[in-house]
Design a protein around this ligand. Structure first.
Ligand code: HEM
Length: 204
C-alpha cells in the first residue's frame, strides 16, 4: 500500500500560491497514517472486541489499555498543545468515560502507564490529539456488537458515546490551527508517534 508521508505526496492538496486548500491537514493526516491505523485496528486486543465469542474480560482488557493510552498521551499533551487550545474541547475529555466503564466492570487494578513519547511542538501535539480523538470513531459499531453479544446493560459510556458534534468540531479546530506545510508535516510526525505508542500500549 502506498503511504503518503508529506503534503507534496498528496496530489489533491498541492499548494497553490502559498494557500493550502480547505481540509488539507485532515487529508494529509489520514493518508499519511492509513497504514498505522490498519496496524492498530487489527491488533488482537481490538479484533477480539468484534469477535463473535467476545467476553467481558476481553472488553475490560481493551478498556484498560485504552485508559493507559489516553492517560499517558494526555499527560504529554497537556502542556504542548496549549498553543492550540480549543475553547471547549480538551484532550482529556474522553478519560472519565473510560475510567467509569472500567470501574463499573470491577476492573480497578491497573498498572502504571508507560510515559508517552515526547512531542516537540504544538503542531506535533495536535497530530497526537487527532489520533486520540479518532480512536473513539469506530465506537458505535463496537458498542452495538458488545451489547448484543454480552449484555444490553453493559457500561458503554466510552464506545457508546453519542456526541456526534465532537469530531467535526475537532476537525474544524485542526484545519484552522494548521495552516502551513511545515505545521502539517509536524502534525503528521506527532500522529505517527502517537500511533506507534498506541500499537505498543494496545499490544496484548
Ligand atoms: C477495533 C478497533 C477500531 C476500529 C473498528 C476502528 C474503526 C474506525 C472507523 C470505522 C473509522 C472511520 C470513522 C468515520 O470516518 O466516521 C476510524 C477512524 C479513525 N480511527 Fe479507528 N478504529 C479502531 C481503532 C482505532 C485506534 C486504536 C485508533 C488510535 C489509537 C484509531 C484511530 C483512528 C483515527 C485517528 C481515525 C480518523 C481517520 C480520519 O481522519 O478519517 N482507531 N476508525
Amino acid at each position: 500500500m502506498r503511504v503518503a508521508l508529506s503534503l507534496s505526496d498528496v496530489p489533491e492538496v498541492e499548494e497553490s500560491a502559498n494557500r493550502l486548500p480547505k481540509q488539507a491537514a485532515r487529508k494529509v493526516l489520514r493518508e499519511a497514517t492509513r497504514a498505522d491505523h490498519e496496524r492498530v485496528d487489527t491488533l488482537p486486543l481490538m479484533r477480539r472486541l468484534l469477535d463473535e465469542r467476545v467476553s467481558k474480560a476481553d472488553y475490560g482488557n481493551a478498556l484498560e489499555r485504552l485508559t493507559l493510552l489516553h492517560t499517558s498521551l494526555c499527560a504529554e499533551l497537556a502542556d504542548s498543545v496549549a498553543e492550540y487550545a480549543h475553547p471547549r474541547l480538551r484532550p482529556g475529555d474522553l478519560l472519565p468515560a473510560l475510567r467509569s466503564d472500567l470501574a463499573e466492570l470491577g476492573r480497578r487494578t491497573m498498572r502504571d502507564p508507560d510515559p508517552a513519547p515526547r512531542l516537540a511542538s504544538g503542531a506535533e501535539a495536535l497530530g497526537a490529539w487527532y489520533v486520540l480523538e479518532g480512536a473513539a470513531l469506530g465506537g458505535a459499531v463496537i458498542a452495538r456488537h458488545l451489547r448484543q453479544r454480552l449484555d444490553p446493560d453493559l457500561p458503554l459510556r466510552h464506545f457508546g458515546r453519542a456526541d456526534e458534534r465532537r469530531w467535526p468540531e475537532f476537525l474544524r479546530h485542526l484545519e484552522s490551527s494548521l495552516s502551513s506545510r511545515s505545521e502539517i508535516e509536524a502534525a503528521v510526525r506527532g500522529a505517527r508517534s502517537a500511533y506507534r505508542f498506541a500499537a505498543e500500549t494496545l499490544q496484548a
